[in-house]
Write a protein that binds this ligand. Structure first.
Ligand SMILES: Nc1ncnc2c1ncn2[C@@H]1O[C@H](COP(=O)(O)OP(=O)(O)OP(=O)(O)O)[C@@H](O)[C@H]1O
Ligand SMILES: [Mg+2]
Length: 485
């Protein structure tokens, strides 16, 4: 220290030289605010030569808009050290700290401002805020879209029952589930009407006047799913500026929360949901106190949850909790007796929507009854919408049907299937034949999958299942048994 004083005696400007060498801006005024000195970093920051600033009072510089606000003016007025965010010149942002310099008698002789550029850091926080706002907007849109989808159908008027035993049973179970107020699980293949059933249960239950809120657990990444469900507290993870967010559990207060595709929910959220089901309380992200909500949970899945439990991919306690009340929505293949009524229901619906008066020819309905409907009711609904719009004449004929449906119908009449085969055997035979036909036609597994409207991996699983031998030659794929013949 003494050595330093000695050096400063030899060179009175020593400390100014030191201040000159640092990257942050340093600005010194006297006790009334007249600028005495600034370093080169300050000069660069202001964009004005030093000699145009020295000798000027910080209040005037502030009035001219160079500093918004002037930290030195604040320090001198308040008589204490001050920190603030200062905008300089064209808008760069600085953390500005002002210090008072006093003599031995305690009188103020100068004030020093130290400014550090935080423009980039500020940009990043506002980016975070932007992202947050965007997410808020998206989730509002998702909510709106799902509501629109529900309104489109008019769930109140949909009849879940039918002629087939499996549908009659499902309808009875739905009515029983609606009469109680516990967690329920809906299982079924894709497009069978699980979402529709969830809403129907809500509308038949005593919660019908409360909200029906739904979320698809597969549609969001884990962290978003968590904040979407439970919400978060103000400032819990994006800094003090975050407004906080209401979770869907709260939004479903006194109503029903429908967790679609629950099989895709990550394990740690399954734990939180189980806790909520058991205690009716939950913790928003960043909250200190648990919140209470009066919400009924209904979940749906097209996965085999029992199998997932066996593979430790789904929590067994949550599964058993939900599995107390389960309804199985049958596939169309398991409820063929209902296909005709459903087809006519959709025909009337789309005739009305598009102001048409189309009818089915008998052959068309027969095709419908024999087809395998991998996309279930949704596939039937979409097909009929297309047929109503696209078919030329009043009668929708077999020629208007998609080719794959015609082919299946042909195969189902094929003599190779014995009369006493079970339905599964017949379907498997049809599936195998379709796959072989598609592979022979396309000579590529990718194109064949495309042709059949399935993923390539699903196609390959079936190829293995049916033991179809493939040969690849000159980048073309051939089916071996036929290739050798
Ligand atoms: N019994 C029914 N009567 C009339 N329309 C139905 C019926 N069941 C299902 N639908 C219609 O079929 C379509 C698919 O139904 P939904 O979306 O409920 O199926 P999902 O099982 O939830 O499908 P995913 O597994 O893809 O979520 C919807 O447009 C729905 O309105
Ligand atoms: Mg669904």
């Amino acid at each position: 220290m003494e050595k330093l004083f000695e050096l400063s005696h030899q060179n009175p400007a020593l400390f100014l030289d030191i201040l000159e060498s640092i990257k942050d801006a340093i600005f010194i005024s006297d006790h009334v605010g007249t600028t005495l000195w600034l370093n080169s970093a300050s000069e660069a920051m202001c964009g004005i030569p030093k000699n145009k600033i020295t000798g000027r009072n910080v209040r005037d510089l502030e009035k001219e808009g160079l500093f918004k606000p002037s930290v030195l003016r604040m320090v001198l007025e308040e008589g204490r050290n001050v920190s603030t965010v200062q905008t300089v010149g064209e808008g760069r942002k600085y953390i500005a700290t002002g210090h008072l310099v006093k003599n031995e008698e305690g009188q103020i002789i100068a004030a020093v401002a130290h400014l550090r550029d935080i423009t980039d850091a500020v940009k990043n926080t506002s980016k975070l805020q932007e992202i947050e706002e965007l997410l808020e907007k998206y989730s509002a849109q998702i909510r709106k879209l799902t509501n629109m989808q529900q309104n489109r159908i008019g769930v109140e008027n949909v009849n879940l029952g039918g002629k087939s035993n499996s549908r009659i049973i499902a309808k009875k179970i739905v009515e029983k589930i609606a009469a109680v107020d516990t967690t329920a699980l809906i299982v079924g293949e894709t497009g069978t009407g699980k979402s529709l059933t969830a809403e129907k249960i809500h509308l038949l239950s005593k919660r019908r006047n409360g909200p029906f809120v739904q979320i698809n657990c597969a549609s969001l990444p884990d962290s978003l799913l968590e904040s979407e469900l439970f919400g978060y507290e103000k400032g819990s993870f994006t800094g003090a500026t975050s407004k906080g967010k209401t979770g869907l559990i709260k939004a479903a207060e006194s109503g029903t929360l429908f967790l679609d595709e629950i099989g895709e929910m990550p394990l740690h959220l399954q734990t939180k949901i189980l806790h909520f089901i058991q205690s009716k309380t939950y913790m928003p992200i960043g909250a200190r106190e648990p919140r209470h909500a009066d919400v009924r949970i209904i979940a749906a899945t097209n996965r085999d949850l029992e199998q997932m439990v066996a593979e430790s991919k789904f929590r067994s306690d949550l599964f058993y909790r939900m599995n107390i009340l389960t309804v199985n929505i049958p596939s169309l293949r398991e409820s063929r007796d209902d296909i005709e009524d459903l087809a006519i229901y959709f025909l009337n619906m789309f005739n009305e929507k598009y102001n048409k008066n189309k009818r089915f020819s008998n052959g068309v309905l027969k095709n419908f009854i024999h087809y395998s409907w991998p996309g279930n009711v949704r596939e039937l609904e979409n097909l009929i919408e297309r047929l109503v719009i696209l078919s030329e004449d009043e009668f929708i004929e077999e020629k208007d049907l998609p080719q794959k449906m015609m082919e299946q119908h042909m195969i189902s009449k094929s003599p190779y299937i014995s009369n006493n085969a079970t339905m599964t055997e017949i379907l498997e035979e049809i599936e195998k034949k379709m796959i072989i036909d598609a592979l022979e036609k396309e000579n590529s597994t990718r194109k064949a999958a495309n042709f059949l409207g399935v993923t390539q991996s699903l196609l390959m699983r079936r190829v293995r299942k049916y033991n179809i031998k493939l040969v690849v030659e000159e980048s073309k794929t051939f089916v071996k048994q036929h290739y050798e013949e």
